[in-house]
Design a protein around this ligand. Structure first.
Ligand SMILES: C[S@@+](CC[C@H](N)C(=O)[O-])C[C@H]1O[C@@H](n2cnc3c(N)ncnc32)[C@H](O)[C@@H]1O
Length: 300
């Protein structure tokens, strides 16, 4: 395996690491459970030895609330997918799936057809690491696409995507890594693909203020906001996947509505703290809530 190969999955590993850390919490204390995350995380044995509390404490030192922000994002989408499946969605397309194992760890009907979309090399590594006897394996089709250079439509249709079926799409933790043109054409493709049926589209985006005014982005009292903003962007750039695209709420709403999606939710971890972390005794104090990313749901 070459270096170039590994440069493509650095951030996917980073998110899987936070899911592993959350999974190490006692069952009644955790917000999500990902029994497959450890397979994708270098040094997972050491992280397991350290346990949930110490790992979270170290992450707090680096950037307060960063772990919880990623876990809130995962939980928000887990709940959305279960709701969509219960509500009759027949297909689920995971755009930029990385090492997401939602297809195998959620209690969803096997009739929900799942398409995992990502770069070929990342998918190859993922498939080589997953166990052979996976729950729901028969429901998953892998579709390789580079959003910057390839047509999602062509690849999905070639993989038997059914344009007449109600579909949910998620783009989790991806929009910051690709050009705005690529995101615009991807959403446009989704709209055209599903114009004959109803669909749900989730997208996370990084708030433009992270780049222009980190204090305002993170909110009152967040410690060393500007330094932390640079640190987070620097860590992604270091693994070869710099954050290049930031959005305002108005920009995203415009993008959704131009493509026939009405925004029904736009949340940050600040809105989810009480629902997810308070019930397990881990509510974040106000000055440690990292509001850098928004979770948006649109329906057509
Ligand atoms: C931060 S990871 C998020 C992975 C997953 N959604 C999660 O939350 O665990 C970003 C993902 O976007 C994928 N990605 C980045 N640029 C891409 C591109 N141009 N085309 C397709 N996938 C891309 C990466 O391979 C990676 O899996």
């Amino acid at each position: 395996m070459t270096n170039a190969f590994f440069r493509k999955d650095g951030t996917a590993q980073g998110v899987a690491k936070q899911r592993l850390i959350e999974t190490l919490a006692e069952p009644h204390k955790r917000v999500i459970n990902d029994p497959y995350a450890d397979r994708f995380v270098p040094g997972s044995g050491l992280l397991k030895l350290m346990g949930h509390k110490l790992n979270v404490r170290l992450s707090q030192k680096l950037a307060p609330g960063f772990h919880e922000h990623l876990i809130a994002r995962t939980r928000f989408i887990d709940d959305l997918i279960k709701d969509c499946a219960d509500g009759g969605s027949e297909q689920y397309v995971i755009l930029g799936a990385g090492y997401d194992s939602r297809a195998h760890r959620l209690d969803i009907p096997s009739t929900l057809k799942i398409f995992e979309v990502d770069q070929l090399e990342v998918q190859a590594r993922k498939r080589s690491k997953l166990p052979k006897d996976l729950p729901n394996a028969g429901s998953v089709t892998y579709v390789s696409v580079d959003f910057n250079h390839q047509s999602l439509t062509e690849q999905l249709l070639a993989a038997d995507f059914d344009q007449s079926k109600s579909t949910v799409f998620t783009l989790e933790g991806v929009s910051q890594y690709v050009t705005k043109d690529a995101i615009t054409s991807t959403i446009n493709e989704l709209a055209v693909l599903t114009q004959g049926t109803s669909s749900t589209f989730f997208m996370s985006y990084v708030d433009k203020r992270l780049d222009t005014d980190p204090e305002d982005c993170f909110g009152k009292g967040y410690p060393k906001a500007a330094k932390r903003a640079e640190l987070i962007k620097g860590l992604s750039a270091k693994v070869g996947e710099p954050w290049i695209s930031f959005y305002t709420a108005e920009e995203v709403e415009g993008l959704f509505s131009e493509n026939g999606f009405s925004v029904v939710e736009n949340r940050t971890v600040a809105d989810l703290n009480a629902a997810y972390f308070a019930p397990v005794g881990r509510a974040l104090p106000e000055d440690q809530i990292m509001k850098l990313e928004h979770f948006v749901v649109g329906r057509s």
